[in-house]
Design a protein around this ligand. Structure first.
Ligand SMILES: O=C(O)C1=C[C@@H](OP(=O)(O)O)[C@@H](O)[C@H](O)C1
Ligand SMILES: C=C(OP(=O)(O)O)C(=O)O
Length: 423
């Protein structure tokens, strides 16, 4: 492949200044869809993300028998009786491959799951094993991976299950989201190294409680969901704060100023930690009147960051750290090896191919800033690799991004929004 085959990342001739509005959160959108699909009546969702991951979730739920209609940007989800046979394309969406099987278990009939080639590499065994322990029949040909099928009888016994969710918080969220609809509810006990992505767990619990479900998360590493209905709820989805990260990073690496509109005062999204992290990098950050403004000060400090709670922010934060005045250490993110790609390996390879000095550690990445040169940045079907490359490209002229279209996973309009902001 030659460098000509990539998307020419705009470089910033002047400091980036502007305002951006990003579409709805992937994580909240797909939870809202799942919960609405198994609620006690129709729910209307506003601000739902339109992207590959949410489209796959919608298709999955429709194929199970859920009604989904759309008018004037509002999406109405009407629960139906869940039935197989059906097949579900998970693409590369963790939220689809982990959150839908516990719902499919409530269907009557066989639901087959498959996805992109790399989806077969993403860890699934924990959630499949947990579902089996809760009384669900699963066929995975002994692989613990995709493709698999879930054969339901219209109800799930549920009850207590012990699992190791250190590989992904989505194993816990998946059971939380459907568990109220199981006969005995679900009592999830985590046994293993710490569960990553605490904000995403909080998001699942909060969204269940908003819908009247009783969740007891008062003990560490244990979540008890009482059996009962999930109340239908009309719901507005927050903007995706993780997808806002590259735009805000543009201000930091160019010494400019970027405002993201619609920033929630309170959030369970991991991006809620961005103001603090950006401040530690040396940026000026203001949150007022529902807008977050980040101003680059011309100085970026190398940081030692535990990103275990906010792993999905890693690629963009590494791109900022590439221009810091000292080394940075990003820790607590071994589980990123099971994301859209092995993100630790991919980031190390691609940053170093531009002349960078990035090293994988057992649980993270170290970066020692060095001048970078132009080149083609591989994205490995990973939207956040593309975001990181775009941030680098502001400072590194001639950088090209392979398969920029991969950003469609969560933000199809990324190339246009980016070009409009930075050029
Ligand atoms: O539940 C969710 O919506 C997510 C949980 C996290 O997964 P991991 O805990 O596997 O990192 C996060 O990285 C992913 O982007 C979305
Ligand atoms: C890890 C991610 O996605 P997924 O929901 O597919 O796990 C991500 O978006 O960074």
């Amino acid at each position: 492949m030659t460098a000509q085959q990539g998307w020419p990342a705009p470089s910033a001739t002047v400091a980036v200044r502007g305002r951006v509005t990003v579409p709805g959160s992937k994580s909240i959108s797909n939870r809202a869809l799942v919960l609405a699909a198994i609620a006690d009546g129709p729910s209307t969702l506003s601000g739902l993300l339109v992207a590959r991951d949410t489209n796959l979730m919608r298709q999955a739920l429709v194929s199970l028998g859920v009604g989904i209609t759309e008018q004037d940007g509002l999406v109405t989800v009407t629960p139906g009786s869940l039935k197989g046979p059906a097949s579900v394309d998970c693409g590369l969406a963790g939220t689809v491959m982990r959150f839908v099987p516990p719902v499919a278990a409530l269907a009557d009939g066989e639901i087959a799951f498959d996805g992109d080639a790399y989806a077969r590499e993403r860890p699934m065994n924990v959630i499949l094993g947990a579902l089996r322990a809760l009384g669900v029949q699963i066929e995975d040909h002994g692989t613990g991976r995709m493709p698999y099928s879930v054969s339901g009888t219209g109800s799930v016994r549920g009850g207590q299950v012990t699992l190791d969710a250190s590989g992904s918080s989505q194993f816990v969220s998946a059971l939380l989201l459907a568990g109220a609809r199981y006969d005995e509810g679900v009592d999830i006990i985590h046994d293993g190294k710490p569960v990553p992505s605490q904000p995403h767990l909080d998001m699942s619990v909060a969204m269940l409680r908003e819908r009247g479900v009783q969740v007891d998360d008062s003990q560490p590493n244990r979540w008890i969901v009482a059996p009962g209905p999930i109340r239908a709820l009309d719901y507005a989805i927050e903007p995706d704060l993780s997808n806002a990260a590259p735009f805000l990073a543009a201000a930091i690496v160019t010494g400019g100023e970027v405002t993201v509109t619609g920033w929630p005062a309170q959030t369970t999204q991991p991006g809620g930690q961005l103001p603090d992290i950006f401040t530690r990098f040396g940026a000026d950050v203001t949150l007022a009147d529902g807008e977050l403004t980040v101003r680059g000060t011309g100085r970026i400090e190398g940081l030692d960051l535990d990103l275990s709670e906010v792993g999905e922010l890693t690629p963009v934060l590494l791109a900022i750290a590439a221009f810091a005045d000292g080394p940075s250490y990003l820790r607590g993110i071994a589980h990123l090896r099971g994301h859209e790609t092995d993100r630790l390996a991919a980031l190390e390879t691609e940053f170093n191919a531009l002349g960078g000095d990035v090293t994988q550690t057992p649980d993270g990445l170290e970066i020692r800033p060095k001048p970078l040169h132009s080149g083609l940045f591989g994205t490995y079907h990973d939207h956040r690799m593309a975001h990181a490359a775009a941030v680098l490209g502001l400072v590194v002229p001639g950088l090209e991004i392979e398969n920029i279209a991969t950003t469609a996973k969560t933000l199809p309009e990324f190339p246009e929004l980016w070009s409009a902001l930075v050029s």
